[in-house]
Ligand binder design. Sequence first.
Ligand code: PEP
Ligand code: MN
Length: 324
Amino acid sequence: MIVTLTRDADLDLVRKSLAGLGLWVESVARSNAGDVHIQVGQGSADVAIESVAAVSGVSAVSVPESGHPRVDAHGPVFRVGELSADASEPVIIAGPCAVESEERIRHIAFELREQGVRFLRGGAFKPRTSPYAFQGHGAQALGWLRSAADSTGMKVVTEVMSEADVPVVAEHADVLQVGSRSMQSFALLRAIGRAGKPVLLKRSMSATIEEWLLAGEYLLAHGASSLAFCERGIRHFDASTRNLLDLGAVALLGHVKRLPVIVDPSHGTGRRDLVLPLARAALAAGAAGVMIETHDDPANAQSDGPQALLPGEIAALTRNGGVA
Ligand code: PEP
Ligand code: MN
């Protein structure tokens, strides 16, 4: 934001008034014509232009054009068919890291549905760091997932890793998930957008918030019907947790920008003992929901057992009129 002062303005007084609104001066420049322009710094609060223009000593306010107008206009609700999620009515997306077998996903789905959960997750195509790790059961797992969800009246959320898989995933899923490692695969984002379905966009472990918003813009610009941003933790220096769950980003998107944010405390911490406290913290910070990995036998899970809860443990969030 650039704030231009009136000729008779007192710079120090304007600076103090702006600070009172939560706006910090990054630099001050004087044009050849003698006008004084203040560049407002990045860590400033989101303040309505009218409030800044009303400050005594301010003659004009200009805001650079947003690179993500469709995201800015999206609104706080994530719509999936007849269901929706927002910060006032948050949802739980739950299920295993990977869809391991037809029986297992069915069993987990029934247990979750008993807890009131309406969104079933599970990876059919798994993005694994090692090419020798379990890669998921692919297209056949999509069928198992769909049938488990249909039997329980749940929606399916699953990742699509490659452009070639978009049609088959779109045929089986209600929500297409963009994995953290794919957040800036722009051709994939375009193809997923073209499917015209709701998308859950995971933040890359090294993406700035602006890059994340721009990735969302790709999806909406190419036809995604609704969008939720998923905070799943960013890279950090401390091995005590798998990632650093960025709750500041959650509050910024959910609470300030009023966008739907789903928080994934499972990948965000990698530890089952931290999942529920951080799920609660995420909801307090303005999340529209949480995504939690659940497995009926975490000790023998094919991936991400250490961060998995038992389906019944979700009850700690859904009890007492909580989220579902
Ligand atoms: C997942 O949710 O299945 C997953 C692989 O997460 P991420 O892309 O955040 O690592
Ligand atoms: Mn996982």
